[in-house]
Design a protein around this ligand. Sequence first.
Ligand code: UDP
Length: 257
Amino acid sequence: MESALQERETPLQEARILGVRVHRVSMMEALQRIEQLIQRREPSLVITADANAVLIALEDAEFHRLMETAPLVTADGAGLLWAGRQLKQPFPERVSGVDLVEQLTRLSHEKGYRLYFLGAAPGVAERAAQNLLIKYPNAQIVGVQHGYFSATDEPAIVAQIAAVRPDVLLVGMGMPRQEKWAWAHRNALDTPVMIGVGGSFDVYAGVVKRAPRWMQRTGCEWLWRLVQDPRKIKKVRNLPRFAWQVWRARKQESPQA
Ligand code: UDP
């Protein structure tokens, strides 16, 4: 018990990207922390942050606060990994929402954790669950709900989630709405871990295809996503602004560089 408590308190290494906090963790460390949070059973938020998340935090005080206080903020995306290297606070690897969904389904298959999928268009989270269950048949996906509900339906949805007592609520409703929504309803949801996973259900449902491995490895996944969904141009347009700010921050830190 004591060793478990000590382990719980081990602080994670942090990077400051343009002043915004992101943990420098591997996928394995992230999963360990999530399991600790499940044991702790206090509502906790996990954020999978990309470059856009940092830009949002710089303009949105509420989201910035969530990034400052969340017990786990992972680096999701080539832009953030690049920034970590530039600012001499490298991340060990990318820990994306998409990969976390699969890894947590695997852990659920192995250890019985109860998962709830919330978000994406009607039918998509169901299909994602069905596809993941083919690979992890003993996973406990205890509920699914699409992410296009009205404010009137909200109390019933929150109650329905709480009633099935998930250990982990995966929320795919886009950033920063998914994080704000989960945190605002944390007491009624009474779920130990809430994770924003963006468009992950679309990937497992087969609605969008994940970029080929070589594109993920070379940091070009954003280009693949843009081709699949041109509405993502808004996010891609922000990348040069992010890169410019990181470059300036690097110059300020080491003027001779
Ligand atoms: N979405 C939703 N409800 C909404 C708006 C969006 O459930 O009101 C879903 C959308 O269908 C998609 C996900 O939220 O599955 C957003 O995906 P995206 O890749 O844009 O996530 P982000 O990168 O913004 O976190």
